[in-house]
Design a protein around this ligand. Structure first.
Ligand SMILES: C[S@@+](CC[C@H](N)C(=O)[O-])C[C@H]1O[C@@H](n2cnc3c(N)ncnc32)[C@H](O)[C@@H]1O
Length: 878
C-alpha cells in the first residue's frame, strides 16, 4: 500500500521529523519546540458565552474541556469480520497488559470503547502520547498500533468526526457522494457501509453454483449478510461512493486513504462542490435520452472555521476571529444547496462542520432549505432516537451574529436599520441576511432547528461538532442566490446598489487564517506551514487547477441535473459537453479521442490518464481467464487500463458496472476523475511462455479468488505453514525442500509455475488464527513467494503469532556456481521481480502506467497522507 516505501512522516505539528522524511532531506531535522499558546480569547469566550445556553457549572466544564488536551482515538476499519478480529487482539492481548502498568505511581488508564459506536469498533484513550511512546511497558502496544495503522486496519480519527456517516443510514446498493471528502476518514466509513456483508453474500452465491456446504463458522455471518441486501450482481456490491475534494493535492490523500479498502465501487473526483457537475449514466429505457446520476445519500462535511477543534488546534485560541466563520457562510450554503439538488427524492443529505458557530451551522441549514423550496421539500430529520448513548444538545432556534469588529447583532432588521444610518450604506462586517434566524412570517421561520445536533467538548470529552440530517421530499428548482436581500447601499452619487463587497472577496482576504480550519483532521497543522492552498478558502472559485481544465459555463441551480432522462429545462442550457463543461484542448478526453500518448504533465495543470475499458474478448483478458481458469460467472467487461492507447501495459484494473458506466459516459465532459478501480492484475516477468505474465494483485484477491479455478488454488490450513511463508521471503521447494512446507508441500511441488491463490482456511481451535484470507502466491522453479509488502507480512506475524522475528530473505545465491543452471538464473530474476513487485503492490511507484500528477506532487501528497496514517500510530504512541 505504498507504506514504508514512501516513508513515514513523524507526528504532526510537534516538530518531530519523520524518519524517512529526514533521511530524504539528508539529515536529521533540528528538534523544534512550539511556543505554548495561551488558551484565552476574549471575543471567542464572549461570543460563545452569549450563544450557548448552559447552567453555570456546565459552562465552566465547557471551557475547561476546551482547554484540556484531546484524548487519542482510533477506529478499527475494513470489513466487519476483520475489524472485529483486530479489535479482539486489543482486548485480549494488550489491554490486560496495559491495566497492569503504573506510571509515576498511578495506574494507567487503558483505552476504552466509545459507547455509542456500533460493534465497539471505536476507541479512545487519555494516556498522554509521550507516556505511551517513551514508557517501555507500552512498547508492545505501541508496536501493535503502529503496525496495524500502517496496513490500514486501524484509522486514527477523532471521535466526533465518526458521527456524520453513522447518521447517513447508508445501505449496500446505494449511491453515495462525499462532497468535501479529504483526507477521507468519513469516506472510508461510508465505503465500508457500501460493502457491508459483501464477502458473505459472494460466498453464499458461489456456493449455490459449486454445491459446497455452508461452513459452520460462516453461517452466522452469512445470515447477517442476507443476499437480498444487494442481490443483483451475484452478491458483489453494486453501490457507489464518489469521494470528492476541490483541492487537488488533498484529493490524492483521499486516494491513498481509500485505496486501502480495495473497492471497485469508488471514484475520486476533484471538483468544486458548489458546482459539482451532473454525471451521465445509462438510460436503459431510452438510450438516446441523457440520464443523470442522482444520489441516495450525500455527505456535505464542509470547510469550516473549525472552532470545535480548539483542543487539537491550539493555535486557534490566538487566531480565532468572528470574521473566519462569516467568510465561509456563502460557500457552505452553496455546497448544501448543490447537495440537495443532486439528491434523489426520498434521499438524505448529512451536513456537518467542526465549528460551533451558528453562522456556519443552523443559519446554513435554514438558508439552504429556504433556497430549495422550504420545509415542504426539505425536512430536518429528527435523529433523537439515533445513537442513543451519544450525548448532544439541540440545535439553536435563536442566535446572534458577531461581526468582524466583535459587535453582536440580533437580526437582519437591526443590520438594515444601522446600514441606512451610515454614510456609505455598507453593512457592517460582511453580514448578510441568511446569517440570521429567519424572520417571523417567512416560510422557514419555524424550521425545527432543534433537530440539528450539537456536540460539545465537555459532554463526552471530545472535540465540538455540528451535524444535521436532511430529507428530500420532492424535486425543486432552487431559488437563485441573487434573490437574497442585499443591504441597501447609497453610492456617493446618490444611486442605490446592492452590496459592494462580495463575501467571496472578503473571504479571500482571510485566507491565511482559514487554512487552519479546513477540517477537523490533524493533517492541517503541518500543511499550513508547508503549502499555500489559497483555493481551499476562495469559496466561489474552483481551485486554479480545476478551473484550467473545467470551465463550468452554466449556473447549476438552473440545470438541476435531470433524472431518468427528463429533459433539461428549456430555460437552462443543456448540460452537454459544450455547454456544461468545456474541456480545453489539453484535457484527457481530447487526447483519448486522438489516441495519442500524451506528455504526462499538461501545461495547464496536472494530467489525468484516461480510463479505458478493455473489451471482454481482448487477448490479455482471454489469456488471464484461461490461465487462472476464471469462472465465466465473473464479469469480464469491467477491466480497465489507464493510458490513452487503451492497451494493458503494466496494470489492469477492475471496477463495478456503475463505476465503469460513469467513467465511460462522462469521458470528455470535463469532469475531473482522479481515481477509480482496483488494481487486479500486474505484469511481471515470467520464466516461459506458458506462464501467465499477469499476476493477481493482493488488493484484487478478495474480489476474484472465489472465481479462480481449483487448478490455481492452494489451500493452507495450518498456522505454522503460513508462518514459514510469512517469515521467509522465498522458501525453497526444489529437491526435497517442498517437504518443509507441510500440508501444502505436495501441492506446490506439483503446481504449474506462476501466480496462484493461497487460500488460508484455518483448521480451527485457535482464535488468533481464525480469519479466512486469500493471498497471491508465486511459484518459481526453486521457491515460493507470498506476494505481500513487508509491512503486511510484519503486521500479520505480529497479529497472528505475536512474533516480531525479522523476515528472512534466503534468495537464490547469485554466485557463478549457483547461477549456472538456467532455471536458477531465471528464478533469481523472478525473485528480484517478485520482491520488487510485492513491495510495490499498492504503490503507484510500481505502476508506471499511472502518473496522476507531477511526480513531486504525488510524492508530497502520498507522503502527507501516509504521514497522517503513520503519525496516527506514532501520535497514539507518542
Ligand atoms: C472538513 S474537511 C473534510 C474532512 C473529511 N470529510 C474527512 O472526514 O476526512 C473540508 C474539505 O473540503 C475541501 N473543500 C474546500 N472547499 C471546497 C469546495 N468548494 N468543494 C469541495 N471541497 C472543498 C477542503 O479541501 C477539505 O479537504
Amino acid at each position: 500500500m505504498g507504506r514504508g516505501k514512501k516513508g513515514h512522516r513523524g507526528g504532526r505539528g510537534g516538530g518531530r521529523g519523520g524518519r524517512d522524511r529526514d533521511n530524504k532531506r539528508g539529515g536529521h531535522r533540528p528538534y523544534e519546540t512550539w511556543p505554548t499558546v495561551k488558551k484565552e480569547n476574549k471575543r471567542l469566550e464572549e461570543y460563545y458565552n452569549a450563544l450557548v445556553d448552559l447552567p453555570e457549572d456546565e459552562r465552566a466544564e465547557f471551557w475547561a474541556a476546551l482547554r484540556r488536551e484531546l484524548p487519542n482515538s482510533f477506529r478499527f476499519c475494513g470489513s466487519k469480520g476483520h475489524a472485529l478480529a483486530v479489535k479482539r487482539l486489543l482486548q485480549t492481548r494488550y489491554i490486560p497488559e496495559i491495566t497492569r502498568i503504573t506510571h509515576e505511581g498511578v495506574t494507567v488508564e487503558a483505552p476504552k470503547p466509545v459507547p455509542w459506536y456500533p460493534d465497539g469498533l471505536a476507541w479512545s484513550m487519555t494516556t498522554p502520547k509521550n507516556v505511551i511512546r517513551k514508557f517501555p511497558p507500552f512498547a508492545a502496544f505501541q508496536k501493535f498500533l503502529v503496525s496495524e495503522t500502517s496496513v490500514g486496519n486501524i484509522s486514527r480519527q477523532e471521535v466526533v468526526s465518526m458521527i456524520p456517516p453513522l447518521l447517513m443510514d447508508v445501505k449496500p446498493g446505494m449511491t453515495v457522494l462525499d462532497l468535501c471528502a479529504a483526507p477521507g476518514s468519513k469516506a472510508a466509513q461510508l465505503l465500508e457501509m457500501i460493502h457491508r456483508g459483501e464477502e458473505a453474500r459472494i460466498r453464499q452465491v458461489i456456493r449455490t453454483f459449486s454445491g459446497d456446504e455452508v461452513k459452520s463458522e460462516d453461517a452466522l455471518e452469512e445470515e447477517a449478510a442476507r443476499l437480498e441486501a444487494d442481490p443483483s450482481d451475484d452478491g458483489r456490491a453494486t453501490g457507489l461512493l464518489i469521494a470528492n475534494d476541490a483541492d487537488y493535492k488533498r484529493s490524492h490523500m483521499l486516494i491513498h486513504q481509500l485505496k486501502r479498502l480495495s473497492s471497485p465501487n469508488m471514484i475520486v473526483t476533484n471538483q468544486d462542490a458548489t458546482m459539482y457537475p451532473p454525471l451521465r449514466i445509462p438510460n436503459p429505457e431510452n438510450p438516446s435520452k441523457p440520464n443523470y446520476l442522482k444520489f441516495d445519500r450525500i455527505l456535505a462535511d464542509v470547510p469550516c472555521s473549525g472552532d470545535g477543534t480548539l483542543r487539537k488546534n491550539v493555535n486557534l485560541w490566538k487566531d480565532w476571529t468572528p470574521g473566519n466563520a462569516l467568510g465561509l457562510h456563502l460557500t457552505q450554503v452553496r455546497i448544501l444547496v448543490r447537495a440537495l439538488q443532486m439528491l434523489k427524492p426520498g434521499g438524505r443529505v448529512v451536513y456537518s462542520t467542526c465549528s460551533m458557530n451558528p453562522v456556519e451551522n443552523e443559519a446554513v441549514v435554514a438558508a439552504a432549505i429556504e433556497r430549495c423550496g422550504g420545509p415542504e421539500k426539505i425536512e430536518i430529520i429528527d435523529c433523537s432516537d439515533q445513537l442513543p448513548l451519544l450525548k448532544r444538545k439541540p440545535g439553536l432556534r435563536k442566535w446572534q451574529i458577531m461581526d468582524k469588529s466583535a459587535r453582536l447583532w440580533n437580526s437582519w432588521d437591526e443590520v438594515e436599520e444601522y446600514t441606512k444610518s451610515t454614510g456609505d450604506g455598507i453593512a457592517p462586517g460582511r453580514l448578510v441576511e441568511t446569517m440570521f434566524p429567519r424572520p417571523a412570517g417567512s416560510d422557514c421561520a419555524d424550521l425545527p432547528l432543534e433537530r440539528c445536533m450539537r456536540v460539545y467538548a465537555h459532554q463526552q470529552d471530545t472535540g465540538g461538532f455540528f451535524i444535521t440530517a436532511l430529507h428530500k421530499n420532492a424535486e425543486f428548482k432552487a431559488k437563485p442566490e441573487e434573490n437574497r436581500k442585499q443591504p441597501v447601499q447609497t453610492k456617493a452619487n446618490g444611486n442605490v446598489n446592492a452590496g459592494k463587497r462580495p463575501l467571496e472577496e472578503e473571504a479571500k482576504e482571510e485566507a491565511g487564517v482559514k487554512k487552519l480550519r479546513l477540517s477537523e483532521e490533524p493533517i492541517k497543522e503541518e500543511r499550513i506551514k508547508e503549502e499555500p492552498m489559497e483555493e481551499e478558502v476562495a469559496p466561489t472559485e474552483a481551485p486554479a487547477e480545476v478551473k484550467t481544465e473545467v470551465e463550468v459555463k452554466v449556473k447549476l441551480e438552473d440545470v438541476e441535473s435531470p433524472v431518468n432522462g427528463d429533459a433539461v429545462k428549456e430555460d437552462a442550457p443543456a448540460p452537454t459537453d459544450s455547454t456544461f463543461a468545456t474541456p480545453s484542448a489539453a484535457t484527457p478526453a481530447a487526447t483519448a479521442q486522438e489516441q495519442q500518448p500524451e506528455p504526462k504533465i499538461k501545461p495547464n495543470g496536472p494530467y489525468e490518464e484516461p480510463f479505458k475499458f478493455l473489451p471482454s474478448e481482448h487477448e490479455v483478458i482471454k489469456n488471464v481467464a484461461e490461465f487462472y481458469k476464471i469462472s465465466p460467472r465473473f464479469p469480464s467487461d469491467r477491466y480497465m487500463v489507464r493510458n490513452a492507447l487503451g492497451e494493458p501495459a503494466k496494470a489492469i484494473y477492475y471496477t463495478s458496472a456503475l463505476v465503469r458506466d460513469i467513467l465511460v459516459l462522462n469521458e470528455g465532459r470535463g469532469v475531473k476523475f482522479v481515481h477509480g478501480g482496483v488494481k487486479m492484475f500486474v505484469k511481471q516477468d515470467a520464466p516461459s511462455a506458458e506462464v501467465c505474465r499477469w499476476r493477481i494483485q493482493s488488493e484484487g484477491m478478495p474480489i476474484l479468488h472465489g472465481y479462480v479455478g481449483p487448478e490455481r488454488v492452494v489451500v493452507l490450513r495450518k498456522k505454522e505453514t503460513l508462518r514459514k511463508l510469512l517469515v521467509e521471503m522465498f522458501p525453497k521447494i526444489a529437491g526435497d525442500d517442498w517437504k518443509r512446507m507441510d500440508e501444502i508441500g505436495e501441492r506446490v511441488r506439483d503446481l504449474a509455475l506462476g501466480c496462484c491463490v493461497l487460500r488460508v482456511e484455518p483448521e480451527g481451535g485457535d482464535e488468533d488464527f481464525a480469519e479466512h484470507m486469500a493471498l497471491p502466491l508465486w511459484k518459481s522453479f526453486q521457491s515460493l513467494n507470498l506476494m505481500l509488502p513487508k509491512e503486511d507480512r510484519t503486521a500479520m506475524l505480529l497479529r497472528i503469532y505475536n512474533d516480531t522475528t525479522p523476515l528472512i530473505n534466503m534468495g537464490i545465491q547469485r554466485d557463478g556456481k549457483e547461477t549456472k543452471k538456467a532455471e536458477e538464473g531465471k528464478d533469481a530474476e523472478m525473485e528480484d521481480a517478485a520482491a520488487a513487485a510485492a513491495e510495490g503492490q499498492q504503490t503507484d511507484a510500481a505502476d508506471v502506467e499511472v502518473l496522476d500528477a507531477p511526480a513531486a506532487e504525488v510524492e508530497t501528497a502520498v507522503t502527507d497522507d501516509q504521514g497522517e496514517v503513520t503519525a496516527a500510530a506514532g501520535d497514539a504512541n507518542a
